[in-house]
Design a protein. Structure first.
Length: 103
């Protein structure tokens, strides 16, 4: 799933802000996924024969990469949900002079 792209008619500042919001929302989803995967690993049980600090570090790096990839693809949809929530709280753009005359 991909977050909708910015339309070409949007002002550059608004476009840059939207891009930054998308990036931040994906980063938040990645952090959430890292925490979730880490918690799932901790509940996995006892230690294996080959467990060491090196394998733990490699596993942590692998989990972080998996979380980043899942967030980039929108696996859980958290980033998209955050963007929709933020858009509903944005003030409505100032109405043009044509719209103001009718009121």
């Amino acid at each position: 799933m991909q977050i909708s792209s910015v339309s070409s008619g949007v002002q550059p500042a608004a476009s840059a802000q939207k891009a930054q919001l998308e990036k931040t929302a994906k980063q938040f989803e990645a952090i959430f996924l890292r925490q979730m995967i880490g918690t799932m690993r901790q509940s996995g049980g006892g230690e294996g024969i080959f467990d060491s600090s090196a394998t733990d570090q490699f596993r942590d790096m692998s989990d972080a990469r998996t979380a980043d990839t899942m967030a980039e693809k929108g696996a859980l949809g958290i980033a998209e949900m955050l963007l929709r929530q933020y858009e509903t709280r944005q003030p409505v753009a100032a109405a043009g002079p044509e719209q103001d005359k009718g009121e």
